[in-house]
Each structure stands twice: as structure tokens, then as C-alpha cells.
Design a protein around this ligand. Structure first.
Ligand SMILES: [Zn+2]
Length: 256
């Protein structure tokens, strides 16, 4: 490993550590019926055109983390959503979430710039879909800075990062853990293990991916893999809810 590689890795590890440790908004998740949420980041058109029908067949809704700056453009995970796609996503009962306007890498962007991009994304949503609201956020690319977590904690009911694990015990609403389906490399076993672990602990597993395609990018999965995930989640006894609705359910459970 070159010293530059080493420095880069050390910086990423330190970023992940500080991001988990500081500016937390702790919440004790009372164990109950497990919850699984499906989320799509960015989002590529195929998350809707191929992912949407799979969820619809099972009667489930997902959260689409939207960056308006990507709308209508091509990206590494294929063509991104259009306004017509987003209209259809909302009409089908899915949730939208915020992913910043410019798809800002959370760890490399100053908290001020990150928040300005969030505000810009909200303005675009408000202008095109006045009845829609971003209630949750997912951090693009890298773990968020401490100042960014703090700012986002004031704007959203909850925010999601990565970590490849379910949320259990004392969770951090400013950076919930997410499990990226594509990081399994198409192997169903780590996914099955995460779903089983979350179910055993009455946890909240937030699944994430990007494109859904028979030949997915390295950021996406096949329709068969997504279908498998839906089947495993259902068989585990989990309730399948988009992120903001899941939070509503958890908050109601705690109040009751
Ligand atoms: Zn993204």
C-alpha cells in the first residue's frame, strides 16, 4: 500500500469513527415487530421502472432518495429519474427522501455547502410537487461530517448512512445504519443473515441500492436479487415500511 493510499484509508476510517461517535441523536428502539425499509439512492430510472413493479406486486412502498441535480442525466448507474418518473413514484404511494441537490459527498463537503444543497433540493421539490415533503435524508457517498449531522438533525426526522447492519438498541437518528444490497456482490447469504439478525432483535433494517437491472452497475442489483430480498424480509415476519412511515410506527410504539 502506498503512503497516499494509507493516508486516504486512515482519513476514511477516522471519518467513519467520528461520524458514528459525535452529533448523535440517540433513541432507544424498543424491540417489537421487526421492520425492513427499502430505499433507492440518487435515483436511477430503473429503481422505479424495474424496482417499482416488484414492490407493487407485494403491496409495499419504498423511499426514493432524490437528488434533483441528477434528474434527466446519465450516471454510473444508468439514466437518472425524470420529473415524470417522480410524479409516478409519488402517485404509486412511495416516499421521497432528500439526497442533496448536487449529490454532495457527505464527508468531503462542508456542512454549510451540504445544507445549502439540501435547501436547494427542497426548493425544487416544492416547486414541482408542492404537496410532497422530504422527511428523511440519506447521505451521499461517504459518512457525514459532525457539523453536517448536527444540521441535518434539525431538518429531518431521521437520516441514513451505511454500515451493512440493522438498527437496534440505542440508534442514532442523525445517521441510521443502512445495508447496501450491491455490497453483497450478488451473494444472498450476508443479506439473509442481516434480515435474520434484525428479526431476532426486533430491529429496523434499512436496505439500500441504486439501479435495478438484469445487468446492474456495480451500484445496483438484479430484479431477481431485489425480489429475493423482498421475499426474505416478508418471511422474517418484518413489517415492510418506507423510512418516514417506519419512524412514525416506531414513535407510536414508544408513546403507547
Ligand atoms: Zn447517492
Amino acid at each position: 500500500m502506498s503512503s497516499l493510499d494509507f493516508l486516504k484509508r486512515a482519513r476514511i476510517a477516522l471519518g467513519r469513527w467520528t461520524s458514528r461517535r459525535f452529533a448523535r441523536r440517540p433513541f432507544r428502539l424498543r424491540p417489537g415487530r421487526p421492520i425492513v425499509s427499502f430505499t433507492f439512492d440518487d435515483f436511477p430510472r430503473s429503481a422505479w421502472t424495474a424496482g417499482g413493479p416488484i414492490l407493487a406486486r407485494h403491496g409495499f412502498a419504498a423511499t426514493y432518495y432524490t437528488s434533483f441535480g441528477l434528474a434527466g442525466r446519465d450516471g454510473a448507474s444508468g439514466p437518472h429519474f425524470t420529473h415524470a418518473d417522480l410524479r409516478a413514484v409519488l402517485a404509486a404511494g412511495h416516499e421521497v427522501g432528500c439526497h442533496t441537490h448536487a449529490h454532495c459527498p457527505a464527508g468531503e463537503t462542508s456542512p454549510e455547502t451540504f445544507e445549502a444543497s439540501v435547501a436547494r433540493n427542497e426548493e425544487h421539490l416544492g416547486a414541482s410537487f408542492p404537496r410532497a415533503r422530504f422527511r428523511s435524508l440519506s447521505y451521499p457517498i461517504s459518512p457525514p461530517r459532525v457539523g453536517t449531522k448536527r444540521r441535518m438533525g434539525r431538518r429531518f426526522i431521521c437520516c441514513r448512512g451505511g454500515g451493512q447492519i440493522h438498527n437496534r438498541g440505542v440508534i442514532d437518528l442523525n445517521c441510521l445504519r443502512g445495508f447496501f444490497l450491491e455490497q453483497t456482490g450478488g451473494d444472498i447469504r450476508p443479506l439473509a443473515a442481516a434480515i435474520a439478525a434484525s428479526a431476532a432483535e426486533g430491529g429496523w433494517l434499512i436496505l439500500a441500492t441504486h439501479d435495478v437491472s438484469p445487468r446492474p452497475s456495480r451500484f445496483g442489483v438484479t430484479p431477481a436479487f431485489l425480489e429475493h430480498a423482498v421475499n426474505l424480509a416478508t418471511a422474517s415476519g418484518a413489517e415492510i415500511l418506507p423510512v418516514a412511515k417506519a419512524w412514525d410506527r416506531i414513535a407510536a410504539r414508544t408513546a403507547g
